[in-house]
Design a protein around this ligand. Sequence first.
Ligand code: SAH
Length: 466
Amino acid sequence: MRHFPIFLDLAGRRVVVFGGGAAALAKLRLLLKTEARLTVFAADPDPQIAAWAAEGRLRLVRREGTPGDALCAVLAYAATDDPAADVRLARIARADGARVNMVDALEGSDFITPAIVDRDPVTVAIGTEGAAPVLARRIKADLEARLPPTLGLLARIGKGFRALAETLPAGRPRRDFWSAYYDAVGPRALAEGGAEAVLPALERLLQRHRQAAPRPGHVHFVGAGPGDPELLTLKARRALDTADVVIHDRLVPSTILDLARREATLIAAGKEGFGPATPQAEIDALIVAHGRAGAQVVRLKSGDPGVFGRLDEEIAAVDTAGLDWTVVPGITAAAAAAAALGQSQTQRGRNAAVTHLTGHDVAGFAEHDWAALARPGAVAAIYMGKRAARFVQGRLLMHGAAPHAPVSVVENASRPDQRIVATTLARLEPDLTAAALSGPAVVMLGLAPRAAAAALSHPTLQEAGS
Ligand code: SAH
């Protein structure tokens, strides 16, 4: 991020605009929303600017800008529609001590003006660092449609009520009160009884919340899916939205953690590959401690919480502590990997069962029903399988599996850096070592990427195509 978004207090401060044409008009339309003291320097100003001056909304000086014009100004806009003049005026204004914006010239500017969605006092600023104005406009249009025009009024009334709301205990009780106001009570009162109905509705709501018993803590065991934020369930999104504490696996990417409520405490727990690990008892204790303190705890696990996630142990700990809990399922890595391959995990006539197995268990390499897995058409997803691949390969071949059985290793399934290593059982090692994967990977036995699978079953086509 090169440009850091901030909200600048312009009330009573001096802002200077050089120029009287289209560019200046566009900036002035925005600046007139503020309480800044505006001065425009333009030899030949647009009639609209003259009209604003006549209304006393800005001061108009009918000449070009000269040194000293931007003295004491916090901001200056070089907006003359003439790039050469803008460069000269920007230099003058900067020498006068103002922060300068040159229209359409990122490099010559000290700051840039975002696209703005105005629901004063709620203001949304959208910036793309000049990279994609089209995108900024689209986001703005999206938000304009999504945020009701009455939002500003509700926020203004809410602002006036803050002192009273502070009689509620800080933290969740106060947040619940405001959520109820903005999500339901406020909009309803406004729709049914107009602006005058909002304050009485707020007072009734406060009464109800004063009498309410404090909400007890709750633990949500939430599946974060394989990594793509779009593969989160709506329930997972909602849990993240309302979380006080998020205790997450190290596998959960920051793009998903960013969706947690901004005030939520984020705690990394669990282990990453063979890296540092938080002991399970410590994780259990952490979940319970926050739940007991009355927090909405989200225990965020990669994929589905019930697949190689030690969910039962954590539920047992939460149960013993007498806390309520819910499980929000997620998309497990095998499902994402199969999707990446364009393959189905089961297929009529090929396999009526699919096994999710781990290459490791507490005792080291894990033993399985190798004979069943070695049968033609068998499909299995091996989690945590990178290290165990050679062991699994040996066991399967020993139990009569076809050396040419397809095997696909999917690394970082669903993420931007997803990679697929398509190989066969016989070549799983060395191909896996050669690929030097560094991210989480699931080994899909019995499945090849669809295109490669098609080529294998039509060898002549493949030759004709190659
Ligand atoms: N609960 C998780 C699994 C946790 S075990 C789930 O349902 O997916 C951790 C293992 O999951 C990793 O070693 C890897 O084998 C697999 N895994 C998790 N995320 C993955 C991803 N995005 N791509 C490939 N494998 C992944």
